[in-house]
Design a protein around this ligand. Structure first.
Ligand code: SF4
Length: 282
């Protein structure tokens, strides 16, 4: 029989838990709730909220009358928050404090002459939000190679005044490589390590557990950035599958593995992990 080990860091992170609880509490108070985008990248939670009448809007202007709009843990663009306030729309800002901190760093730049270099995914809502708080040019890179190319192509010059930070879910290892390169090239740079500690501990545990397992099961939404990072880390060390729930587990012989590790992204409820563990006989 295989040994089944669930990572200690599995389950909702602080920021996601806070956002989900915000919606739950508003519903308990009898409020009509909508969220600006999906509250978290987890289809099970989204479906559950949908059953409870929670609507998803893509812009604050779509907030139905009498509804409270909740801003999710990733945050939103500055203009959306301004629109909500200007139009007196009832709202709760559940932006994770770690993301808020990055907004403040970006907003503190009052000089147009500065350039923001941000590590992460340019299409991720958290990154789109971060960039909206920065006055001046901003560029996003996803790896040391990407950053090197930007420098070689003269997108950014060593003479520029640079602020460098990252998306909260960026890989710690890749970040270290990028900051090493940046400190070799740029003379006028301020570096802010904005990777969230939760992300960091999860990534470290993923690395450790995958090194000692022959199969890794990563549980989380396909759109979740931190889940994908965990998948990438694990697959370097062990055979790895990414599933959203027990129903998605491929039909393979799990008994052939000596040790199966299970780790979940920050937006995965712990019940989904428990169901997988039970299915495997753990
Ligand atoms: S991963 Fe970190 S930054 Fe993102 S919501 Fe969770 S606690 Fe906040």
């Amino acid at each position: 029989m295989s040994e089944i080990v669930v990572a200690k860091t599995s389950g909702f992170c602080f920021g996601v838990n806070r956002a989900v609880e915000t919606v739950n509490n508003l519903l308990k108070e009898g409020k009509k709730v909508c969220t600006l985008g999906e509250i978290i990248h987890n289809p099970h939670i989204i479906k559950d909220f949908e059953k409870k009448g929670v609507k998803i809007v893509s812009s604050p202007s779509e907030t139905p009358a009498d509804y409270t709009i909740v801003i999710r843990s990733h945050g939103c663009v500055k203009e959306d928050l301004e629109f909500i306030k200007k139009n007196n729309i009832d709202f709760v800002d559940a932006t994770c404090p770690f993301v808020k901190k990055i907004h403040k760093i970006a907003e503190a730049n009052k000089e147009n002459s500065q350039i923001l270099l941000a590590a992460g995914n340019p299409d991720h809502p958290e990154m789109i939000g971060i960039r909206s708080y920065f006055i001046g040019k901003s560029y996003v890179f996803s790896s040391k190679g990407d950053l090197r190319k930007m420098i070689e192509d003269d997108v950014v010059s060593p003479k520029n005044s640079i602020i460098m930070l990252s998306q909260t879910t960026f890989s710690k290892k890749e970040w270290k490589d990028c900051t090493n390169l940046a400190s070799e090239v740029f003379t006028n740079i301020k570096v802010y390590d904005t990777i969230c500690n939760t992300t960091n501990s999860r990534q470290e545990e993923a690395e450790k557990l995958s090194k000692s397992s022959d199969l890794m099961i990563v549980v989380g939404g396909k759109k979740s950035s931190n889940t994908r990072k965990l998948y990438e880390i694990c697959k370097k060390n062990a055979e790895t599958i990414l599933v959203e729930s027990v129903e998605n587990l491929p039909d393979i012989n799990y008994k052939k593995y000596t040790k199966i590790g299970i780790i979940a992204g920050a937006s995965t409820p712990v019940e989904l992990v428990e169901k997988i563990k039970a299915f495997l006989g753990g």
